[in-house]
Design a protein around this ligand. Structure first.
Ligand code: PLP
Length: 379
């Protein structure tokens, strides 16, 4: 506790009061779940043992992983035709596991390159098989999501790979790309932010650290049918079939991540499910996009969105002021007002407000108020 009567944002931080965290990931998590976890780390379900200390093969953790899977299936509407896996290695390991398992010699996989994360996935997949880059968004600074006519899909692709939300530039698909080939999606930064029609996908993966929980655990939803065609003779930890056969407990499972994700799935259910998440996320994003779009005078706007307006993300909102110096000043002022994590990714600069499911509407309102005030004073 400080002894001063006036509380600056920095003091708030020091006294442990929470501020608005716009970080792209690890990111803001639901307060209710954090508080429950605080208690469960010490002693969970009256066992006298904390969640971090229970055996991953014991009865308590068995119940936790079963409940987490069941809650995930309820929230996302996942049928028994799919496995739900909790793996390690982050989303980045999926960049390699997908082609290792599903891109046999003699076949081609189509990749839609819409940002840094798809570029990284392409780099990994190229080490393992033949690719067709069905869309190259890098030519236009990754500013948009491709329309159907911009795609050059192969005739008989092993799968079509895309990233539903591009965390760095801030673009998001409103619909998955139309294709008859099996669809593989990196949904790391918008998973469970809106309803998902899982039946349209062969495989969806997401690193947990944005919408689902702590870093270190990756959710994989994979069609049993698609998995039947996977390659044999892979090292165990890189083989989806072995993970599925062992119920995500091929080795010591990431117990805390799985526990936490389970609590987040239940939190989403208590909020009313994915329709409610989607509505809230749209409303939160609108508060900020409205300021970006508002004119200061005839034909003038102070802020410039980085994503084309028809491709804007509801999760990562990117914008710039008229200069790099003003961008820096904006980030500093935001910090002084208790808003952290707004500096854009180093590869694109500007500002990025990441407002995943658990990020409060009040934080969007605070940011919008600062944006309006800042534009007035600096234009
Ligand atoms: C869309 C997307 N894919 C993949 C990754 C990489 O995730 P990880 O650090 O879990 O490997 C990120 C990280 O921010 C991401 O935003």
């Amino acid at each position: 506790m400080t002894t001063t009567t006036t509380t600056t944002p920095t003091d708030r931080d020091r006294t442990g009061e929470r501020i608005f965290n716009f970080s792209a990931g690890p990111a803001t998590l639901p307060e209710e779940v954090l508080r429950q976890a605080q208690s469960d780390i010490f002693n969970i379900a009256g066992t006298g043992i904390g969640i971090l200390e229970h055996s991953h093969r014991g009865s308590l953790f068995t119940r936790i992983i079963e409940e987490a899977e069941a809650a995930c299936r309820r929230v996302a509407g996942i049928s028994d035709d799919y496995h739900v896996l909790f793996l390690q290695g982050g989303a980045t390991l999926q960049f390699a596991m997908v082609p290792m398992n599903f891109l046999p010699a003699g076949k081609v996989a189509d990749y839609l390159d819409t940002g840094s994360w798809t570029s990284k996935a392409i780099k990994e997949a190229r080490l393992l098989g033949s690719l067709n880059i069905a869309f190259d968004g890098g030519k236009r600074g990754y500013d948009h999501i491709p329309a159907a006519h911009e795609l050059s899909l192969s005739r008989d692709a092993a799968y079509v790979y895309f990233c539903s939300n591009n965390t760095i530039v801030g673009t998001e698909y409103s619909e998955p790309p139309a294709t008859d080939a099996p669809l593989v999606c990196d949904a790391s930064s918008d998973i469970l932010s809106r309803p998902i029609d899982v039946a349209r996908y062969a495989l969806v993966f997401a690193g947990a650290q944005k919408n689902l929980g702590p870093a270190g655990c990756t959710l994989v939803i994979v069609s049993k049918d698609f998995l039947r065609g996977a390659r044999d003779q892979l090292p165990s930890m890189l083989d989806y079939r072995q993970h599925a056969a062992q119920g995500s407990r091929l080795n010591t499972a990431p117990v805390f991540g799985i526990y936490f994700m389970g609590e987040v799935f239940k939190w989403i259910e208590r909020q009313g499910g994915l329709e409610v998440m989607a509505r809230r996320n749209r409303e939160k994003a609108r508060i900020i996009y409205d300021v970006i779009d508002s004119a200061l005078g005839v034909g003038t706007t102070f802020y410039r969105g980085m994503a084309r307006s028809d491709s804007r993300s509801m999760m990562n909102l990117t914008f710039r002021t008229p200069s790099d110096d003003l961008d820096e000043k904006f980030v500093t002022q935001a910090r002084q007002l208790g808003m952290e994590g707004l500096k854009g990714h180093r590869s694109v600069g500007g500002m990025r407000a990441s407002i995943y499911n658990a990020f409060p509407r009040a934080g969007c309102e605070a940011l919008a108020a600062l944006m309006k005030d800042f534009a007035k004073k600096n234009s």
